[in-house]
Design a protein around this ligand. Structure first.
Ligand code: MD3
Ligand code: FE
Length: 217
């Protein structure tokens, strides 16, 4: 496999960076679609609004979340799960917007995951101070499928840990328009997000939005 790490040095197009053996950062890959993605986020949240869910341990998550696609990720006092029904609205989650699916599939294919068919998109909204503690994404059935993440709005410091919670994480800044594909040997690594720093983004004001595309079933 060729690592085209330096393909765009001095260029203006998207830059690709390796992060571990199975993770690739596509800098700016979603920039041209950012406006359309945010209009689609608005459509999704009109049907299934952002909410702060409760962890099984009884803590309110600082990140506000919603989902689209056939399956939505849910946490409450009974545990974590993928559910076909939005428990707040009592209806199926909104369909995955075509612009979401197209971007996730194009990004996955670009780094070797042709045929990625996400059936769940978790939409995370961070306000200043919101964070995500180190965790693994392991509520999905098939770890051979990658996870694709799209960062929009304020930048965040992402924590890329190892196979054990105690492994010292690497810090990676993720900015508006960055797309990351996490797969292969990196799919089960611990990861998290540092508390969001206050700021103002022209499209999202004081917020960061992250889309994560998954194959839940
Ligand atoms: C690395 N979200 O929703 S996405 C999550 O920025 C989550 O909102 C973060 O972690 C966010 O579960 C980070 C990036 C991500 C997603 C899955 C991974 C990184 C990953 C799986 C394995 C390793
Ligand atoms: Fe995660």
């Amino acid at each position: 496999m060729t690592l085209d790490l330096f393909d765009n040095l001095g260029g203006t197009g998207p830059r690709e960076e390796a992060l571990g053996l199975g993770a690739r950062v596509l800098r700016g890959f979603a920039l041209a679609q950012a406006g359309a993605l945010l209009r689609a986020v608005q459509d999704v949240t009109n049907a299934s609004p952002f909410r702060h869910m409760e962890t099984p341990g009884g803590f309110r998550m600082s990140v506000a979340m919603t989902s689209c696609g056939a399956w939505g990720w849910v946490t409450d006092r009974t545990g974590y799960r993928y559910d076909a029904v939005d428990p707040v609205q009592g209806r199926p989650w909104p369909d995955m917007p075509a612009v979401f699916l197209q971007l996730a599939q194009t990004a996955a294919a670009k780094v070797g995951f042709a045929g990625f068919t996400p059936d769940a998109c978790l939409v995370n909204r961070y306000e200043p101070g919101a964070k995500m503690s180190l965790h693994q994404d392991k509520d999905e059935r098939d770890f051979s499928a990658p996870i694709v993440s799209v960062s929009l709005g304020l930048p965040a410091v992402f924590l890329f840990g190892g196979a054990e919670r105690s492994d010292k994480p690497e810090r990676v800044r993720l900015s508006h328009g960055d797309v990351v594909v996490w797969g292969g040997p990196d799919r089960l690594r611990y990861h998290g997000v540092m508390p969001l720093k206050a700021g103002h983004h022209p499209l999202l004001g004081a917020h960061r939005i992250n889309l994560t595309f998954r194959k839940a079933r």
